[in-house]
Design a binder for this molecule. Structure first.
Ligand code: ATP
Ligand code: MG
Length: 255
């Protein structure tokens, strides 16, 4: 049985894609077969994995019933690491899927055959930064969530919004067992008092839910995608790679 993990936050630019790519790569390198599905029409994840998506290679044709999910899974350059890229067409799901009888469970149904396969341990969903059909489908399909939060002033406000949404999904019976694997603090800058305040506040508010691992701000992390490499490959000895390796270890403890 594979576990479906959504990397989500309705706030933009908090490190969802960076975390999806680098955590998936760290798990794969540790021998855990992982598939990363890009749910965001911005389609940023592929470049971080060194993949140039061809037209029609996303989940979109599967979502509208024209293709089988197995045909869309691509092997990356890395052992145990698989990808289904996104493309701008994905945005069409908002209209196409909305007309169907049970629109919010579409992704859940599509992933069902993959869940029961032995070949994959984890299926990651890199979510878009807006509360639309692609994000709510991801929350409905997920077993667990990772919520990246940028260490900046509005961090707490953003997190209360996503926590409300998760509670709503549970209350409405859409995904009653959905659990938060961890809130992940990203882009931590040890030189600023603000970064330290945000860490302190989050740890006080959500003591059980925050990962102990904190991802530091690192130029190497931000430039790795332009070389088509996860940080574990681009700068294996740096602080960013070390942080994502540590996160992988903590993730495995929590799931
Ligand atoms: P979106 O909401 O648009 O999908 P996102 O939440 O997926 O954004 P990312 O794309 O991962 O966020 O990151 C936003 C920006 O911050 C990117 O330019 C990325 O390179 C940079 N970034 C992410 N993590 C770090 C880090 N640890 N150190 C430095 N820069 C980072
Ligand atoms: Mg993103």
């Amino acid at each position: 049985m594979s576990q479906v993990i959504a990397i989500t936050n309705q706030k933009g630019g908090v490190g969802k894609t960076t975390t999806s790519v680098n955590l998936a790569a760290a798990l794969a390198a540790n021998g855990h077969p992982t598939l990363l599905i890009d749910m965001d029409p911005q389609a940023n994840a592929a470049s971080g994995l060194g993949i140039q998506p061809a037209p029609g290679s996303s989940l979109y044709p599967v979502m509208i019933g024209e293709k089988n999910i197995h045909d869309q899974i691509q092997q990356t350059n890395y052992e145990n690491l698989y990808h289904i890229p996104a493309e701008v067409d994905m945005a069409g799901c908002e209209i196409e899927i909305a007309r169907e009888p049970d629109p919010i469970r579409k992704l859940q149904q599509i992933l069902e055959p993959l869940r029961n396969q032995q070949e994959l341990e984890y299926i990651f969903l890199d979510c878009p930064p807006s509360v639309g059909i692609l994000m709510t489908n991801s929350l409905a399909a997920a077993d667990g969530l990772i919520i990246p939060v940028q260490c900046e002033f509005y961090a707490l406000e953003g997190i209360s919004k996503i926590l409300d949404l998760i509670q709503k999904m549970k209350d409405q019976g859409i995904n009653p067992d959905l659990r938060i694997i961890g809130v992940l603090m990203t882009m931590f800058d040890s030189r600023t008092r603000l970064s330290q305040q945000v860490v302190q506040e989050l740890q006080e508010h959500l003591p059980d839910q925050t990962f102990n691992t904190i991802i530091p701000r690192s130029i190497r992390v931000s430039e790795a995608p332009s070389f088509g490499q996860p940080i574990s490959d681009y700068d294996p000895k740096g602080v960013g790679a070390a942080a994502y390796r540590e996160l992988a270890r903590e993730f495995l403890e929590r799931v």
